[in-house]
Ligand binder design. Structure first.
Ligand code: PHE
Ligand code: NA
Length: 454
């Protein structure tokens, strides 16, 4: 069979794919969200459930996304349709791609707000605003940022522009160039930060908090959060990884690449926890502080350490980079679809998409100030977007993708694309995809629903 090519281009090598997908995976989810949801859900037992979700649900579904993307070499909407038709099923499977595009917009709108906080902190660290700050002052500073819509809009706008600039450059000139240098730098800096936190007196308390195991702390709520976060952190269930897979070279192993990506994402999350919790405990702060955790605790630590302003500057710079390489992948599926469907150039596509997600972001940032009274199902807009995407839409998208790849496309297509030489490994993947992950997602959904209704 003639090998299909993507009209958008292709990654130079398997390693660029791994770097790009790791760039998508490693983001605010790891450095900002993982520590604070772990803090809110009591630590160790939550982490263990999360690790199981990564291994048994995340990895198999990530392989499915890459295989569908690479098979079709198109945006997720068209890839789902085309692969379904190839397997003699309805082209309506493209609806899964549509839900993914919607989820991407919704995630982007609050993601960009948090990334805006990060940019503000980069600037603040740069000019020495946080020098020798204490816990109370850091909390007050964060709260006054949240109360100031004008500043929030400025940084949100800058972030949207940064993302659209890369997407406008396309796969090779934009995405590939961006991830090639930024990702290695991110790893180095995290290790430096880990070295610092290992010297604080809070390190063993932080370590214990992350890895102690007390099942009595677990609720069904926490299990849903862990499952949702597994999808969120691996960028699954909305087509980002499918889109990146569609630019992957034919001859490279999907399984090996996916395991590498999941491992790197997990490592970064655990290291981020081992950086943040020791600092929290060393300063007598509350690990359950919520979304402000990173923005209040780290400046305090940087304020006290020698050279802390430079450290803080570089640290937030790298968080910004992590957010940047992730946010790109939230919009790439929609951008690719516009190019395929209407033959648009990437620039007008980016302008249209930029305006759309910029407006959504205004609603998200308003949750902290001019729209703080507005709620949907008891959530403010920011929390609603976060909850609906991570805990509902991504697991649902992942469930459909697992059912599609496990039960609708032929085994032969999957075997061709994955090219796993060991029948044992192939079967392990196939069983995880067909049975374990759909059942796990369904059970967690249903039990949560039952609990909420009773
Ligand atoms: N994985 C990213 C993170 O952990 C977030 C993300 C989700 C990116 C879904 C793309 C798609 O921050
Ligand atoms: Na992640």
């Amino acid at each position: 069979m003639q090998e299909k090519k993507s009209i958008h281009g292709a990654w130079a090598s398997r390693w660029i794919f791994i770097l790009a997908a790791t760039g998508s995976a490693v983001g605010l989810g790891n450095i900002w969200k993982f520590p604070y949801i772990t803090g809110e859900n009591g630590g160790g037992a939550f982490v263990l459930v999360y690790l199981f979700c990564i291994l048994l649900v995340g990895v198999p579904i990530m392989m499915a996304e890459v295989l569908i993307g690479r098979r079709a070499r198109q945006s997720p909407i068209n890839a789902m349709k085309e692969v379904a038709i190839e397997a003699n099923h309805s082209g309506n499977w493209s609806l899964v791609g549509w839900m993914g595009v919607l989820a991407g917009f919704m995630i982007f709108s609050f993601y960009s707000v948090v990334a805006g906080w990060v940019l503000y902190y980069i600037a603040g660290m740069g000019v020495g605003d946080f020098a020798s700050i204490d816990g109370d002052a850091a909390g007050a500073k964060f709260n006054s940022l949240l109360a100031d819509p004008q500043t929030l809009v400025i940084w949100h706008t800058v972030f949207v522009a940064m993302v659209m600039l890369v997407i406008a450059g396309g796969v090779k000139k934009g995405l590939e160039n961006a991830v090639k240098f930024l990702m290695p730098a991110l790893f180095v800096l995290l290790l430096v930060m880990l070295g610092y936190s290992m010297q604080t007196e809070g390190f063993s308390a932080g370590w214990n908090f992350l890895f102690h195991f007390d099942p009595s702390e677990l609720s069904w709520d926490a299990v849903l959060v862990a499952l949702g976060h597994a999808f969120f952190t691996l960028s699954l269930g909305m087509g980002a990884i499918m889109a990146y897979g569609s630019y992957m070279p034919k001859k490279s192993s999907i399984g090996g690449s996916v395991v590498t990506i999941a491992l790197m994402d997990t490592l970064v999350a655990l290291i981020a926890g081992l950086v943040i919790f020791p600092i929290v405990f060393a300063n007598g702060m509350d690990p359950g502080a919520g979304p402000g955790l990173m923005f209040v605790t780290l400046p305090v630590a940087f304020g006290q350490m020698p050279g802390g302003q430079i450290f803080g500057f570089v640290f937030f710079l790298l968080v910004g980079i992590a957010a940047w390489t992730s946010a790109i992948s939230l919009i790439e599926p929609a951008a690719a679809w516009l190019v395929e469907k209407f033959g648009w150039h990437r620039v007008p596509a980016c302008i249209a998409l930029g305006l759309l997600v910029w407006s959504l972001g205004i609603a998200a940032l308003g949750s902290f100030n001019f729209m703080s009274d507005f709620t949907i199902f008891g959530f403010n807009t920011f929390d609603f977007l976060d909850f609906m995407t991570a805990n509902v839409m991504l697991p649902l998208g992942g469930l459909f993708i697992a059912i599609f790849a496990g039960w609708f496309i032929t085994r032969k297509m999957a075997e061709d694309e994955l090219a796993i030489s060991s029948p044992l490994l192939f079967n392990a993947w196939y069983i995880a995809l067909r049975f374990v992950s759909p059942v796990a997602v369904a059970i967690i959904f249903i039990l949560n629903l039952v609990e909420k209704l009773s």
